[in-house]
Design a protein around this ligand. Structure first.
Ligand code: SAH
Length: 360
């Protein structure tokens, strides 16, 4: 683990020096290989509902976006995706959705139980902030992991992009603490280039990854959605040069610095990154610190409706065509495709030490 100071992190985030960047990519790749090896873990992503009660200023699923038709997949449709995940040799299924309180905890517990009794898959949930009892119920039903991004470490910026009624950064961090105490392999992360995000804030985000002792970290560029309050944000009028751009390069920098800061975590090369560079984004992410890819298994008719941001990569291909292409790209990079559930080594080490509780 590097213990770069706040200033060093902020400096590296700002650098445009080609040599320093080459060194950063090389170090991130070396640390990735030394700590988590050449395996790339594939997670089958199922976006099972786009119904959402929240009004996050950045997200196309926000409740007030009435232009978006809403859907919810049935248990049987989700189980079909689980079978497809097994068929492709994936070790994990990720069940993600908008945050809708009308989704009954009992129903999701039933889905988890069925996946766990009929497949060898690890189950990752990503359904937002819910009461501790529900997190506990899902854990008992067999859920292994939970993803909940804190989005930004800065409480004021958090409040600017989330309505007060939807809760505070402290509430989000509380959820992460509960998840961790329940024994979930816990993931979080941030968006890069949200309007109002400065280099200092982003450096602090990376420090927070370390302090939260996360097992999985997802970072991706903010991509404006036309039906949200942040639709028309541009980065050109930032005279004091403090605003972080939502660029591909910035995303690689954050990925690389995250790998150096949290060497044994699982880091995905995200779909948002692949959306900025369809030809190379996924692979470059893997070459600059990432060791996970989350191909979507969401059926095609629903996929275009899970529009958290527009023009998402891999809209048009079938899951099988994408799977085959992705596999080939990974092998072409001299990387290997992981088998088994692929827990984060950070989590495995943490469990061996019996440390479920949050660090002080
Ligand atoms: N309801 C779930 C899943 C949300 S979507 C939850 O609350 O966790 C998953 C992630 O997509 C969010 O955490 C956010 O970081 C990211 N996201 C949302 N809108 C985005 C946008 N416009 N651009 C890039 N990423 C976005």
């Amino acid at each position: 683990m590097i213990t770069a100071s706040h200033k060093q992190l902020a400096d590296l985030l700002r650098t445009t020096d080609a040599e320093r960047l080459e060194t950063l990519w090389r170090e991130a790749d070396t640390v990735r290989q030394a700590n988590v090896g050449d395996d790339v873990h594939l997670r089958g992503l199922v976006e099972f509902s786009n119904i959402c009660d929240r009004n996050c200023a950045y997200c196309g699923l926000r409740k007030e976006n009435s232009a978006m038709p809403r859907y919810r997949m049935t248990t049987e449709e989700i189980l079909d995706c689980a079978r497809q995940a097994m068929d492709f040799g994936y070790g994990t299924i990720v069940l993600q959705a908008g945050e809708h309180r009308s989704m009954k905890a009992d129903w999701l517990a039933g889905v988890i139980r069925q996946i766990k009794t009929t497949t060898p898959l690890a189950v990752t949930l990503s359904v937002g902030e819910r009461p501790a009892e529900e997190y506990a119920q899902w854990r008992e039903a067999g859920a292994d992991r939970y993803l909940l991004r804190f989005e930004t470490s800065n409480p004021e910026l958090y409040a600017r992009i989330h309505p007060v009624a939807d809760g505070t950064l402290a509430d989000r961090l509380d959820c992460l603490r509960v998840l961790r105490e329940l024994g979930y392999e816990t993931g979080s992360g941030v968006m890069i280039g949200i309007p109002g995000q400065t280099y200092d804030i982003l450096a602090r985000d990376i420090e927070m990854f370390r302090e939260l002792d996360l097992d999985m970290i997802g970072v991706g560029p903010f991509i404006p959605h036309p039906c949200t309050p942040l639709a028309n944000h541009t980065y050109t009028n930032d005279k004091d040069d403090r605003q972080v751009p939502n660029s591909e390069l910035m995303t690689y920098k954050v990925l690389a610095l995250t790998r150096l800061t949290c060497p044994r975590t699982n880091l995905p090369s995200t779909t948002a990154l692949a959306t900025l560079n369809r030809d190379q984004g996924r692979e470059r992410g893997l070459a600059r610190g990432a060791n996970v890819v989350m191909p979507t298994l969401t059926p095609k008719n629903y996929r275009r409706l899970y529009e958290i941001y527009p023009d998402k990569a891999c809209f048009s291909e079938t899951p099988r065509a994408y799977h085959l292409r992705l596999q080939q790209h990974i092998l072409d990079m001299d990387r290997t495709i992981a088998t088994g559930q692929g827990s984060s080594l950070h989590y495995v080490n943490r469990k061996q030490r019996g440390r479920y509780a949050c660090p002080a």
